[in-house]
Design a protein around this ligand. Structure first.
Ligand SMILES: [Zn+2]
Ligand SMILES: [Zn+2]
Length: 324
């Protein structure tokens, strides 16, 4: 069938132009999830209902056709299906089947471990796999989810028992809500920054129960509560005024413990919403692709995949992807 897609600031399915995660505004685009680097004011967006809700929260009125997971829709010769990516609530892989039988899976951002707030990853085999490989270095091997949750709870308990404010930093969409859910399920009371709360409301509407949470306000009494904050809040005066405090930043980059100096926090915990080094390989194993295109992460990750015998290529601007 020759070319199936072109990469040009996003994936363009050639036979009947529709895009996936285009970073320019286009006519028709499938959007994998609600993170800011993936959403735009396209003329028409296709997204899961939760992603649609995040888009509206961030961009206001945008035309979105909501497509639940596992429901195929037809665009020209393509049948397109969203599959859960396990990254954040509503995050999807995009599975494309051309009428000639060729299949393509676009991973979007994904993770294999089942978290508490994202639909668990489910894959299908595909001829062509386009995958993110953010943590494609061997040093990025994350501890298991249980271990990470335990360490987060221990951090909080210790801070509280020493009369310190526990400050938990995570991205306002996804990471912060995962932390909220872990801590709420362990019985902690939360005071949540407004920007995190704004996104958490979508989670609540999709059935994620955070228990009793209050909005973090400057002059309220937050003793005995865990304070959930977006990374930018580190520099706020009202946060610096919370003393004594102890801070933790949730990020996959935290496998380098020196990262805490860069973030200016006491601890970094590698609770990630991306696949780690081993996860990337397990993912490929499940998809069984004939051809792999890599994006994000180490520039030479495709060479590593080639050394393992895969037919792998880096995605380069204006590159056309061919099956054979
Ligand atoms: Zn993302
Ligand atoms: Zn991303």
């Amino acid at each position: 069938m020759g070319n199936m897609f072109t990469f040009d600031k996003g994936i363009r399915l050639d036979a009947h132009p529709i895009w996936i995660d285009a970073s320019n505004v286009v006519q028709q685009c499938c959007v994998s999830h609600g993170h800011a680097d993936h959403i735009r004011r396209h003329k028409l967006t296709y997204a899961t209902p939760a992603t649609a809700a995040f888009i509206r929260r961030r961009l206001g009125d945008v035309t979105v056709r909501e497509i639940p997971f596992d429901q195929s829709f037809q665009i020209g010769p393509y049948s397109i299906t969203f599959l859960p990516a396990g990254h954040i609530l509503g995050s999807a892989q995009v599975y494309v089947e051309h009428e000639d039988g060729t299949t393509l899976l676009y991973s979007g951002d994904f993770k294999l471990e089942t978290g508490r707030t994202a639909e668990p990853l489910r894959v299908r085999q595909a001829d062509i796999l386009i995958m993110e490989c953010t943590f494609g270095y061997p040093k990025y091997r994350f501890p298991g989810r249980d271990e990470l949750e335990k360490r987060l709870c221990q951090f909080v308990e210790q801070a509280l028992s020493q009369g310190q404010y526990p400050l938990v930093y995570g991205y306002a969409l996804g990471k912060a809500q995962e932390a909220m859910k872990i801590l709420a399920d362990h019985g902690f009371e939360l005071a949540v920054h407004g920007s995190v709360l704004h996104m958490a409301e979508v989670y609540q509407r999709h059935g994620v129960d955070f228990g009793n949470i209050t909005r973090f306000r400057k002059n309220d009494d937050h003793r005995n509560k865990v304070i959930i904050l977006p990374p930018q809040a580190r520099h706020l005066k009202m946060i610096r005024a919370l003393r004594p405090s102890r801070s933790i930043f949730l990020s996959g980059w935290g496998v380098d413990s020196a990262v805490r100096f860069r973030y200016g926090v006491d601890e970094v915990l590698p609770l990630s919403d991306h696949a780690d080094f081993d996860g990337l390989l397990r993912y490929i194993d499940m998809v069984q692709p004939k051809t792999i295109y890599t994006t994000h992460g180490p520039k030479d990750y495709y060479l590593f995949l080639r050394s393992l015998g895969y037919n792998a290529h880096p995605l380069k601007p204006s590159q056309q992807g061919e099956l054979f």
